[in-house]
Structure formats: structure tokens, C-alpha cells
Write a protein that binds this ligand. Sequence first.
Ligand code: AMP
Length: 454
Amino acid sequence: MSTWGIDLGTTNSCISRIVDGVPVPVPIDGEPIMPSIVTYAPERIWVGREARNLELSMPERCVRSVKRRMGGRGPDYEIDGRRLPPEQISAEILRALKQAAERETGEEVYDVVITVPAYFDEAQRQSTLRAGELAGLHVLRLLNEPTSASLVYDQVGATREADGPEIVLIYDLGGGTFDVSVLEVFGEVREVRATAGNTELGGDDFDELLYRRFADHLKHERGVDVTADVRARALLRRLAEQTKIGLSSTLDQRVSSEFVAVDASGAPVHLQLSLTRREFEALIEPLLRSTIDLSRRARDEARLQGQSLSRICLVGGSTRIPLVRSMLAEAFDADVHEEIDPDFAVALGASVQAAMLAGQPIERVLVDVAAHSLGVRVLGLDDVPWEQPDTFAPILRRNTVLPSSRSQEFYTAVEDQKAMTVEVFQGEAARCSENRRIGTFTMDLDPHPLHSPV
Ligand code: AMP
């Protein structure tokens, strides 16, 4: 009989199992993750994507982020005069995962490992166990989320088979929460040495900043205040998330939505603007800076006593934002790993743990990663302008899963620049002269003023 791993997340949840010795997520209605949203419609309870779709039409019947209230951390919900304790709502999410996985695989979902944040106290853990029971599951074990993620990173060989303990930092930036943990890993034993985080920080806050940017734009351009309009707010928030996700892979996004609201004269108001990755990064940089500070604090509290941090593993959907990785690489002298899809890392680890508890064999997960960073020669701050610049700007970092594409913006170095020679290097050194030269090509440019983006 299969065993299963469940990541019961604040924003999204995921269920996984071992197939041919390898952990894989089980698709829920075709998608590997399911929004942790429950809507109590008059006729029935909806969970996941349908629940999210109904949010626009019945926001008062919709529950998001129930995880925050587990273990008596908030009042029971009240919908339609019914009192709904958080564990009952969590049980709906677990039941939906169970039923969908059973439909998908034809197997019964019974023995499970469910993950919880490392900082969850006893009441929050008991509440999660109770939710599992209510959903008809047999919870083999509750597993700390960072421990779970580190387990699956072992399967790709990201954590080294060392002669001594290794120190790993798990940086988990999701939709609504940020958690960082420093783990000591030695063979099968892993111990959480320190944790820090912010339960009120995540991708939703980035969406909120963009949403406010859109709302300000409409106020400025059309004199319309959309913030009091529930429908417009929900629409712009969704657009904000799409824009944010788009900016993880492109350098700019055209934001466009018709009939967002009506103005004082009753005329329809459309939203139309462009946003660059750089502008978005400037908006979120202070929030990311706070996650780096918390990561430093966790590292310091772990009291490494001579041991050094060797790896940082990325978990949570928001770690797809390129700035997250570059800020971590800059702040810590450690390899940053992203071989495992950040949406599934926790759930996959839970299924590895469940299989280990059931004595099932696990194979190594093979992924193809870039063994060295790839980047270009740029004129850096330390370079002497009249000499050959020697600053290496990595674009595709070491350990990035292949195939992959990354884009980055650079600026012209002289007035009316008409061409650009791109010299590509491979390596980890800050100076091009200490890395390996891969090749060169030249691109023509329309003449641009100095410091224009290209
Ligand atoms: P999680 O709680 O780990 O499921 O993460 C969900 C968060 O990740 C949400 O705020 C998503 O908008 C965000 N997210 C997912 N994919 C991306 C992406 N490609 N770029 C930026 N944020 C993303």
C-alpha cells in the first residue's frame, strides 16, 4: 500500500507519493498544487481552485489561510450562522487532497505524513493531527517543513555525503509566510538548530504592493478610487499576482485590464500600464531585505561554532523571484540550491519520510544542473574605465536546473553606444580573468544615451 506526504500550506497544499522509488507530486485536477481555500457555498463546500473562483462572487463565504488560526490562534470562523473551528476547515482541505489523489491514482490514501512549520507549538500540532483524523487519514507522523525539504534535497544529492555534520539553511518564502531554519544534517539525523521568520510576510505582500501601484495609477490618471470597490480590488489583486509571476521570467510586463471600474461620469475605466522588473524589485526590496536579516539571525542563533553554512535550499513559490536568489548569494558564502521545484519540496520530503517509515525503498532523484555559473563581462564599480573591465556578472547561477533561461538587464556604458560585445564566462569568481571564457558575440544597438537599459 502507498504512503503519502502532505504539505498542508497556508496558501497552497500538495500531496505526493513515491513512484518507482522517486517522490512525485500527485496532480489535483491536473495541477500539482491546490490553493488552500475553502468556500462554503449555499449548496456545497468547494475546496481549491473552484473555491478560489467563487471568492469573487461570495467573499464572505470563503476561508483563506486557515493555517494561521490552528491551535487556538484565532477565533472560529462563522459562516451562515455555523461555527467552524479551524481544524474542521483544514480537514476539508485534507479531505479534498485525499479524494483527488484517490481519483487520480486509484489507490486509497490512508497512511500519511503531514508537514507543519518548525515553530508550531503543541496546540498547533495537535490541531493538525485532529484535522487529519477528521479527514479520515492515519497520520504516521507530523514532520517539520524544513526537515522535510532537507530530506528531499538529500535525494538529489544536494546535501553532501560528508564525513562530518553539514549545516543547511532552508529559506522558505511562500504566499503568506516566511520561514528560515538552520539544520544540522549528518547521515540520517537532522536537527533544527535555529528558526526565525515572519508569519505575516510573503508573496501576498508583493501582490499588495503592486495592487497599490495599480490603484494609485488609476487615481492619478482617472481620478477613480478603486480601493473601496470589492470587485475591482479582487480583480486588480489577481492582476498584480499575474504581473509579479510574469516578471520572474521577463524584464517587463504590459499590464492591461478593461472595465476595472467606472468613473464619476459613469464611463468605464481601463487599466493600462507597463512595469519593469527593476521597478518591481525596488518595491519589494525592503521586504526581501528583512528576510535576509532574519536568515542572518537564524544563522547566528544556530551558534555554528566553527562550522560554516554550506548550502541554502530554496522552498516556497516566491523564491522564483530572481532577486531572492541574488540577494541570498550576495549575503551568504554558501551554495544556493533550487533543484527541487519550490512548490513541492516540502510535500516531496514528506512522502520520502512516509516511505522511510513504511520501509519502502527510495532512489536518488536525478536532475541536471548547471555545474558552474554562466555570466558576462561588465564594467563594474572596481574596474578602471580605460582598462579592460574584469567584473563578472553571473546570470545563470550554479546549480540551476537545466534546461533553463534567465534574463537580466544591463546598461549602455558610453554615450550613443552602437554595439555591444557580449563575452560569456563560466565560473564562480567575481573577476572574469579568474573564470573560464566560453565565447563572444557582438550585437548592434540603436544608438542610445549613456546608461540606457538594453
Ligand atoms: P507557496 O505558499 O509556497 O505555495 O507560494 C505561493 C506564492 O508564490 C504566491 O504568492 C505566488 O504568487 C508565488 N509565486 C508562484 N510562482 C511565482 C513566480 N514564478 N514568481 C513569483 N512568485 C511566484
